[in-house]
Design a protein around this ligand. Sequence first.
Ligand code: NAX
Length: 327
Amino acid sequence: AKEPVRVLVTGAAGQIGYALVPMVARGIMLGADQPVILHMLDIPPAAEALNGVKMELVDAAFPLLKGVVATTDVVEACTGVNVAVMVGGFPRKEGMERKDVMSKNVSIYKSQASALEQHAAPNCKVLVVANPANTNALILKEFAPSIPAKNITCLTRLDHNRALGQISERLNVQVSDVKNVIIWGNHSSTQYPDVNHATVGDKPVRELVKDDEWLNGEFITTVQQRGAAIIKARKLSSALSAASAACDHIRDWVLGTPEGTWVSMGVYSDGSYNVPAGVIYSFPVTCKNGEWTIVQGLAIDEFSRKKLDLTGAELTEEKELAYSCLS
Ligand code: NAX
C-alpha cells in the first residue's frame, strides 16, 4: 500500500475548504489509490467551525483518509505536508482600500511562507488559491527562499475550466473534447482567455465557432467576469468549481498532463513570451514527473500581445503595491 500524502488546506472552515476537503479525502486530487492525511488550518474565530468540519470528515468514513489534523497553529498545520493548498486569506470588505487588503494578505503570506519553509516536507508543492492569488503566491515565494520557485504556483485552472465550459456550451460539444485553451496572466478581470490554439477533436475552435466577434468579445468578458456572475446568482462566491479546479491543478501537476494537452497554471515567470519576469503569471504548461514546463513557441497575434502585456502590467503594479506594504 502507498504511504499517505499529507495535504494542507488553509482556510479549511471557509466555503471552498468545505467543498475541497471531501474531494481530497475521496482521492479526486491525488488518485483513488492514494491515502491522504488532511491538515486543516483556520484562525481562532473559526476554530469551532473547523472542528465541525473535522467531525463530518470522521462521519463520512472515507476509506482513503488516514488522519485529520484540525488546528489554528500554523506550525502544527505545516509540519510534514507534501501538498499545501492555501485558501485562507483576508477578503476585501466593502469600503476597504486595495492597499489595506493587500497589506493584510502580505502579512499572512509572509508568516505562512516561513512556517512552510521550516516545517513542510522537502519538495512540498504549494498552490495559492486566496486572492490576490498571483501576488500572494509571489510573497510566499519571496519569504520561503529555500522552497524552489518551481514548487510555488497559483490557481488559474478555474478560469481555464470556465473557458472550456463556455466553448463547450457554445458548440454543444462535450467539455472533455475541448482542449488547449489558455489563461494568460493574472487571476483577475485582466486575465486573457485565449482560444487561438484551442481545438475540438482535431479542428481549431476558431474554425468551429465561426464568430470572431464573439470569441474576441463576449467570450473573453464572460470568462473574466464569471466570478462576479456567480456571486450575483448565489450571493456567495464560487466554491465547488474552485475546489474542483484546485484538485485538477494538483492532480495534473503531480500525475502529469495527458499527451498533447496543456493546462493553465500561475507560475514564476522566466519572461517567456516577453511577459514580465519575476511575477507569478498564468501560462500554458505541461506537467511530467511532478514538474511543470511552460509550453513554448505558440504564435501570439497582435490582439493577444496587447492582452498579455496588459495583464502583465497589472501584475507588476500589484507586486509594487505588495512590496510597499512590507516597509
Ligand atoms: P471564505 O471566507 O468562506 O473562507 C476563507 C477562510 O479563510 C475563512 O474560514 C477564514 O477564517 C480563513 N482565514 C482567514 N485568514 C486566515 C489565516 N491567516 N490562516 C488560515 N485561515 C485563514 O472564502 P472562500 O469563498 O472559501 O474563498 C477563499 C479564497 O479563495 C478567497 O481569497 C477568494 O477570493 C479566493 N478565490 C480564488 C479563486 C481562484 O480561482 N484563484 C476562485 C474562488 C475564490 O474566489
